[in-house]
Design a binder for this molecule. Structure first.
Ligand SMILES: [Ca+2]
Ligand SMILES: [Ca+2]
Ligand SMILES: [Ca+2]
Length: 122
């Protein structure tokens, strides 16, 4: 796995090109799994996830389906309104914070993997 820091829009396009989207964190299990992976992958980096409030300030939505957040893990006192994109903050025990979407952080894509084998016609 290679890690290339970039702004959030670049990651959105990258994830879409792979058939996925920036990660939609559905529950605490998924959140714990992600935190565990990124702590070991790049312990001093920030990581974008797929939530933003760029449509209506203070109303957070997932980029993949525009749904509101049923789960969040914002650090106490966050989001503090200094940006419209959410990230895992390495300075905050990998809880979430908000920041300017143009910052060069890492990103996390969520992909559905096709498990069945399809016949190859050729
Ligand atoms: Ca998910
Ligand atoms: Ca905001
Ligand atoms: Ca913030």
């Amino acid at each position: 796995m290679s890690v290339i820091p970039s702004c959030l829009l670049d990651f959105q396009h990258y994830c879409t090109s792979k058939g996925g989207h920036l990660v939609h964190v559905n529950n605490a299990n998924e959140n714990n799994f992600i935190r565990d992976v990124i702590m070991h992958q790049a312990p001093t980096a920030h990581w974008w996830l797929g939530a933003n409030d760029d449509t209506t300030e203070g109303v957070w939505q997932w980029v993949d389906d525009d749904s509101s957040l049923q789960f969040n893990d914002f650090w106490p006192g966050m989001p503090d309104g200094d940006g419209d994109c959410a990230f895992y903050s390495h300075g905050g025990d990998y809880k979430w914070d908000d920041a300017n979407c143009q910052l060069a952080y890492n990103g996390i894509c969520e992909l559905k993997i096709q498990k069945e084998c399809a016949p190859i016609i050729g």
